[in-house]
Structures are given as C-alpha cells and as structure tokens.
Ligand binder design. Structure first.
Ligand SMILES: Cc1cc2nc3c(=O)[nH]c(=O)nc-3n(C[C@H](O)[C@H](O)[C@H](O)COP(=O)(O)OP(=O)(O)OC[C@H]3O[C@@H](n4cnc5c(N)ncnc54)[C@H](O)[C@@H]3O)c2cc1C
Length: 376
C-alpha cells in the first residue's frame, strides 16, 4: 500500500467499503442483470456516496468533484459489484457537463437529484456508426422558431431506460452541442442493447423530432467537445480505480485457492511457476494502484492538463486487470472456469474496460503524441 491518504479520502474509502459490504449477499445476482437491480439502486440511494459526483453548491460533498475520492469509491464498489460501480460512476459521468456548462436553473433542477440518487444520469455519445470517432455522429439538432428539434439514434448507452435525463451529443450546424434531454420527452424511444458478456444496464435511444427548449443546450452552441473532454478529464481516471478494485478481488481469489490446494505434496502457491503468477499479478496491482492514486491527485489539481496522464493510468490499469484475471484463472485450474464463480465474473468484467471510455489503442495515440511533445 502507498503512503497515507488524507483523512477525507480515508473516510470516503471506508464509506464505500460499507456500501459494498451491504450488497455483497446479492452482488452476484445483480451483476448478471442488464436491467436495474432494485437492491443495488436502493443501497446506493440510502448511502450518501453519490454526493461525491456533484459540487457542494448543488447538494454535493466537496467544492468540486474530487477524482481521487471517486477512484477510491469505485475501487471498493467494483471489487464487489460492477452493477453498483456503474450506477455510481454514471452519476458523475452523466451529470458533469451540467455542473460545468449548465445554467443555474439546470444545475438547481438536476444536480441535487443526482447527488441524492432521486434521478439517475446518463451520457449519450456513441451511435451505431460512431464510437471512437465521435465527430462521425449523425444525430442532429436544429433550431426552429426558437425551439430545438433533435433527430437521430444512440447506441450502447449506460442507464438507458433508468436515467431521468440523457446528456446527448448532437451535430449543431457546423459544430456539435450537448443537450440536456429529459427522459420523459415525446419522441424519445428506448430499446435494450444486445446482452454483453458482462451484463450492464445498457440501451439504445432513438430521437424522433424531439422538441426541446433552446435552453436545453448545455453552454454555448458548438462547445460540446470541450465539455466531453472535461468530463473525461475528471472521470477517465476513475475507470483505473475500478480496475484496481477488480484486480484486488481477482488476486485474492487466486491467493486463497493456491494457499489451500496442494499438489505434489505442497500448496500450489509454493510451486515456483504459480508463485511467479501471483507475484507478477501483485506487481501489476500495486503499480496500477500507485499510478492511479498519483494521477487522480494530479487531476484534482488540473484535470484538463492531466488528461493524457489519466489516459495512461486507465490504459495501464485496465490492461493489467486483464492480465491479473487471466493469471488468477490459470492459478485456479479447473476451479477458475466455473460459471457463476467470482473469478469467472471478474474474467468477463475485466474485458469491456479496455474498450469503453477510450479503447486502449486510441488512448495510446494520444499518450504517444504527448510523450513526443514533452521529451526535450
Ligand atoms: C459496457 C459499455 C458501456 C458503454 N456505455 C456508454 C455510454 O454510457 N455512453 C456512450 O456514449 N457510449 C457508451 N459505450 C460505448 C463506448 O464508448 C464505445 O464502445 C467506445 O467508444 C468504442 O467505440 P466502438 O465500440 O464503436 O469501437 P470502434 O470505434 O469501432 O473501435 C474498435 C476498435 O478499433 C480500434 N480503433 C478505433 N479507432 C482507432 C484509431 N484511431 N487508432 C487505433 N485503433 C483504433 C480500437 O482497438 C477499438 O477498440 C459503452 C460501451 C460498453 C462496452
């Protein structure tokens, strides 16, 4: 473990661990559900943890969202339940643009409800035709007689069907804008997305002549990518936090198994090749943890300036998580393959982390460009 955390961060970690422990008995069931699990939703609502996702002026915990606090919370939640982790994470990812660019009226209307989990949040960027290349989206917003008309489709949107609003990216003339779309507007339809290897509350949205007031734009027209990048700058690092939690859980499973099970007259953990797998996984875990905490602290000082470092930490932690679960399965032999076991669940849950919030290959492009600029 790295040196001492500040008291406020220790407190957040303890609080998240209590929340995680409260869902332990039904976490396996919840993590197999691609619709909202009421037990998880209720547990998150009853805790005050979502206050971390909103500035204090609008019902949140700290003056501004603290990336290290969010990382520590996600680490504890993901170790127990990806369903809980995702629901928590989306409260920030979906609402951050409102805190950053919304009008005072929008902030006061939505953010306290996000902080208390009265409303769940969502961010709708991806489309059937556009994933990594968001400038390729085809959803449009047009201004007519002082109103905004939204048309298009979004796919693979977390919290679709359960969110109270969708922060939605659309083409706006020659630029792109983010719009605050309440879930109950006419012309918005939600369909389930395909089932994933690691189930997730996910859906596709269709906007058919959705009429919104001109005030639904978050900030000035054409400024969407500034707000999207600001959101990523604060929350991308938190995926690394979740990956650290997953690694911790997977490695503990492997340690317990290899400590107990004997082959050739001694515990598996004392056979050199198995010990190597455990040691390499611990090195992966602790290096990812160190990089994640350090980067999150830097992001707390200046999130935008440190976006490439957040990408670096996300890349390292999510790639490491896949190595760690794979080694853990190997250490556990046939017991690593049992459907419905914790290790099997981690194995499936690690994989999507290398794709969402910036696929590893796309992150490497930005990281390498920064490196080339920085080396004198
Ligand atoms: C569980 C889950 C939840 C999600 N939730 C949301 C959500 O809430 N809101 C939302 O908007 N989206 C969401 N998404 C979508 C996610 O953001 C996209 O999957 C992601 O942006 C990658 O886009 P893509 O899947 O279309 O892959 P593509 O863009 O088609 O890329 C496929 C692969 O090609 C490679 N690649 C692409 N471009 C480049 C490049 N320039 N250089 C090198 N390699 C490249 C990468 O390896 C990439 O993995 C979610 C996805 C998942 C799996």
């Amino acid at each position: 473990m790295i040196g001492q955390l500040e008291a406020k961060h220790e407190a957040v970690r303890a609080e998240a661990r209590v929340l995680a422990a409260s869902v332990e008995s039904f976490a396996m069931e919840a993590d197999e559900s691609s619709t909202l699990h009421e037990g998880i939703a209720e547990a998150l609502r009853s805790s005050a943890l979502s206050e971390l996702m909103v500035p204090a002026a609008y019902g949140g915990r700290f003056e501004s969202v603290d990336p290290l606090a969010v990382c520590l919370a996600r680490e504890a939640l993901m170790k127990t339940s990806s369903h809980l982790d995702s629901l928590f994470a989306l409260q920030g990812i979906g609402s951050y643009a409102i805190a950053r660019a919304g009008s005072e009226e929008q902030r006061h209307e939505w953010l306290p409800k996000v902080a208390s989990c009265e409303t769940f949040a969502a961010l709708a960027l991806t489309e059937p035709v556009a994933g990594s290349d968001l400038k390729g989206i085809t959803t449009t917003v047009e201004e007519r007689n002082g109103e905004l008309i939204l048309n298009g489709a979004k796919s693979f949107i977390s919290n679709a069907g359960v969110a109270g609003f969708y922060t939605t990216l659309a083409r706006d003339g020659d630029g792109y804008s983010l719009l605050l779309v309440p879930a109950d507007v006419d012309g918005l339809a939600v369909e389930p997305a395909p089932e994933l290897i690691a189930p997730h509350v996910l859906g596709d949205l269709t906007f058919n002549d959705v009429v919104l007031p001109a005030s639904a734009r978050l900030g000035e027209p054409g400024q969407a990518f500034g707000h999207v990048l600001a959101t990523l700058a604060v929350f991308r690092i938190s995926v690394a936090g979740a990956a650290v939690g997953l690694m911790e859980g997977a490695l503990e499973e492997a340690v317990r198994h290899t400590r107990e099970r004997e082959q050739f007259g001694r515990p598996l953990s004392r056979h050199g090749p198995v010990a190597s797998l455990l040691a390499d996984s611990w090195a992966d875990l602790e290096s990812a943890r160190f990089l994640t905490y350090e980067t999150a602290s830097m992001a707390a000082q200046d999130a935008a300036e440190n976006l490439d470092r957040s990408s670096l930490a996300k890349l390292h932690a999510t790639e490491a998580a896949c190595r760690v679960v794979d080694r853990s399965v190997q250490c556990m032999g046939r017991w690593g393959l049992i459907r419905g076991s914790k290790i099997e669940k981690y194995y499936r849950q690690a994989r999507p982390m290398r794709i969402y919030e910036g696929a590893s290959e796309v992150l490497r492009l930005g990281i390498a460009a920064r490196l080339v600029r920085e080396v004198p």
